[in-house]
Design a protein around this ligand. Structure first.
Ligand code: F0G
Length: 359
């Protein structure tokens, strides 16, 4: 039994690091793959649904997988500052790994449009927070421009090291299941993560780094978006994305071509869901399985359930849904969804507790 020290150590021979690389890690990766027990019974379908619970990463989202690589390489290259545009999770992750590395982090976030937990984290880690009167896409194009004017390294997923770190989630799934799933379902925003999973599955399916193929099969990739922020459904970039799932409130995804490639090569598809459907899936997962993810993450389950229902995903399938972020990231949306379940208030007496339980 050895001490787990993060995904770079675990998958070192499949990542662009050398023996002299100083690894910046917070012990990310190695997240639980949880098989759903109650939901398949509830929907009356014979399917194996697993969730990859990325909300249990050190800063509560899958971004940590990419950030350990991006910051490790930035430091190796001598960078003293990193920058990103973010809907909240990338900024929290960048802030934490910058602190760990002893460098600065600048984060551009859309003013008033990031969830409370993400803001709280980023403040605590002490990043330089720059709120823009604009959305994520505008922040992204500013970040791409600023690197020509200031000595900062971009740690958005257009940084290829981000993708390399995130591809390890696919490795973990194959290592644990002993095979690739038949279907992989995940939310799509900037489209870095679908790109990363496809890269990971593809590398495991072929020979890389002199290693033999681990699993020749690759899954069908299913990408799900919020209806108000669904450029992959529109087939073109959109300018004013809107959704309660603020993490994926994105209209100009940077990894557009890579994501289409994953869809085509895997024989997969994109679909979109209303905010109401996404929130219903989030609530269902919490109240039937005891797993709390943030709204954007629940798009993966909403999608899987619809496609199982229609038979697009047939019975007998093994399905993995990535739960990209922790439910605690967005307490406001969670509480507002539970307005019908009022806590009872009682006097602090045995009599009153008895009454509350037995009545
Ligand atoms: N789910 C969550 C919780 C996210 O934070 C994001 C992206 C996605 C899904 C979509 O992943 O962009 O790789 O397609 N969040 C970014 C951020 C944009 O700034 O935190 P993607």
């Amino acid at each position: 039994q050895t001490h787990y020290t993060g995904l770079i150590e675990r998958y070192r021979n499949r990542l662009p690091v050398s023996n002299s690389t100083r690894v910046i890690s917070l012990g990310e990766g190695n997240t639980p793959l949880i098989q759903l027990q109650n939901i398949p019974r509830l929907i009356g379908k014979d399917v194996d649904i697993y969730v990859k619970y990325e909300g249990l990463n050190p800063t509560g989202s899958f971004k940590d997988r990419g950030m350990t690589m991006a910051v490790t390489k930035a430091v190796e290259d001598g960078s003293k500052a990193i920058i990103c545009a973010s809907t909240g999770n990338t900024s929290a992750s960048a802030a934490a790994y910058a602190v760990r590395a002893g460098i600065s982090a600048f984060v551009l976030i859309p003013e008033g449009k990031i969830a409370q937990g993400k803001l709280a984290q980023t403040l605590m880690y002490g990043a330089q927070i720059i709120q823009i009167r604009g959305n994520f896409d505008q922040g992204m194009s500013l970040v791409k421009e600023i690197v020509d004017h200031a000595p900062v390294t971009i740690v958005n997923s257009i940084n290829p090291f981000r993708i390399d770190g995130q591809k390890t989630a696919a490795f973990e799934i194959v290592d644990e299941l002993g095979k690739a799933p038949d279907y992989h379902c995940l939310p799509v925003g900037n489209a870095g993560n679908i790109t990363a999973y496809w890269k990971g599955y593809s590398e495991y399916a072929t020979e890389t780094n002199g290693l033999a193929a681990v699993c020749a099969k690759r899954p069908v990739m299913c990408g799900y978006q919020a209806a108000g922020a669904a450029p992959f459904i529109a087939g073109k970039m959109i300018d004013n994305p809107e959704t309660i799932a603020t993490a994926i409130r994105i209209g100009h995804p940077q990894s557009w071509d890579f994501a289409w490639n994953a869809q085509k090569e895997s024989g997969g598809w994109f679909d979109s869901f209303t905010d109401a459907k996404i929130l219903a899936a989030q609530k269902m997962l919490a109240s039937h399985e005891g797993i709390f993810c943030e709204p954007a993450s629940a798009a993966s389950l909403a999608g899987a359930l619809k496609d199982i229902e229609t038979g697009k995903i047939p019975e007998g399938s093994t399905i993995v849904c990535t739960l990209t972020g922790n439910g605690l990231k967005d307490p406001e949306t969670a509480i507002s969804q539970c307005s019908d379940t009022h806590p009872v208030s009682i006097d602090a007496t045995l009599e009153a507790v008895k009454k509350a339980i037995l009545d």
